[in-house]
Design a protein around this ligand. Structure first.
Ligand SMILES: [Zn+2]
Length: 327
């Protein structure tokens, strides 16, 4: 195997500051168990940085305005200062640290994207919360406040040239991410997810609009899908859309709530399934994208399954098996 740069695993303590309340499944413990599962590092194959640097807040807000309406950003800031209640939907509960944590998550995404386009890194797994993919231009939704994945995609698409493909294997459809890029030919979106169910979008006929027609691919699956169905659907869609777009980089919405033990996802995927999907991402990146992958934590609410699968995900990104790309 050729020498490769490590996978950079990054987080920052500020993402722990969002506290949606006792018993809420989207807790800061999710980040802690993942980082614990990835340390000590993988013999040089990956490097864990729990205190990855953040850009200045004003710079992050400037970039967030590409994705979100300015009024929404200020609405979240004001609601967070109140320090209680919820924003836009009952599942988006707030604490005083919510705005700071969401800003830090977007800042980690921004830095990872800039480091990718500046060729400082090739692959990263960015362990952020609140998650991203349900956050819309002007609304919080499904535990998500700022769409950090969209921030990274926008930066990479604007700087690297060519196209970017967002691959989303979270058990829920990324309505917010799809909304951001639905009419864009330069940012593709592939999602496998449960349907019907939250958030209620992501039917197979949602394929993009205008110049973006064909760059969005949704594979809705009934609840209870296991490795054979869920992973095969993801692999096929990823391969087909990547072959069409030939992306310069792949960005992953890495949600692990399709795991059989997850209390919310309703699917039956196992650790082997997450290994398979992660290997497919690495192989697709190897084939089309010079190995470039930025992966971001989305859902995953059973702590043990989350820790296991996040480690498996990084192991597969680190191996980036070239042979699988030619299989
Ligand atoms: Zn989810």
């Amino acid at each position: 195997m050729p020498d490769r740069s490590p996978v950079f695993v990054r987080s920052n303590p500020r993402v722990l500051d969002h506290d949606p309340g006792l018993g809420h499944p989207e807790s800061s413990r999710r980040v802690r168990v993942i980082l614990d599962a990835l340390e000590p590092d993988g013999g040089g194959r990956w490097i864990v940085d729990r205190h990855a640097p953040l850009p200045p807040d004003d710079d992050v807000i400037g970039v967030l305005k590409w994705i979100h309406e300015a009024d929404y950003i200020e609405r979240l800031r004001a609601a967070s200062e109140e320090g209680h209640g919820w924003l836009d939907s009952h599942d988006c509960r707030l604490s005083r640290g919510t705005f700071d944590a969401a800003l830090a998550a977007a800042g980690l995404a921004m830095n990872a994207a800039l480091d990718l386009v500046n060729r400082k890194i090739e692959r990263a797994f960015v362990v952020i919360r609140p998650p991203s993919h349900h956050a819309e231009r002007a609304a919080a939704k499904g535990y998500c406040f700022f769409n950090s994945v969209a921030v990274a995609a926008e930066i990479v698409a604007g700087s690297l040239g060519g196209t970017v493909l967002i691959a989303d294997f979270d058990a829920h459809h990324g309505n917010g991410t799809q909304q951001c890029f639905y009419d864009r030919p330069d940012v593709g979106y592939v999602s496998v997810h449960g349907f019907p169910g939250f958030p209620g979008t992501g039917t197979a006929d949602e394929t993009g609009a205008g110049l973006g027609e064909g760059a969005t691919r949704n594979i809705p699956l009934l609840a209870g899908a296991g490795d054979a169905v869920y992973c095969a659907a993801f692999e096929k869609a990823l391969d087909e859309v990547a072959s069409r777009l030939r992306p310069a980089a792949i960005i992953v919405s890495a949600g692990f709530d399709a795991h059989a033990a997850d209390p919310l996802g309703g699917m039956r995927v196992t650790e082997s399934g997450f290994r398979r999907m992660s290997a497919a991402v690495a192989a697709t990146a190897q084939r089309w994208s010079g190995g470039r992958v930025l992966s971001f934590l989305e859902g995953g609410f059973d702590l043990q399954a989350l820790a296991n699968c996040a480690r498996i995900h990084v192991e597969e990104l680190a191996s980036g098996d070239v042979d699988k790309a030619d299989a």
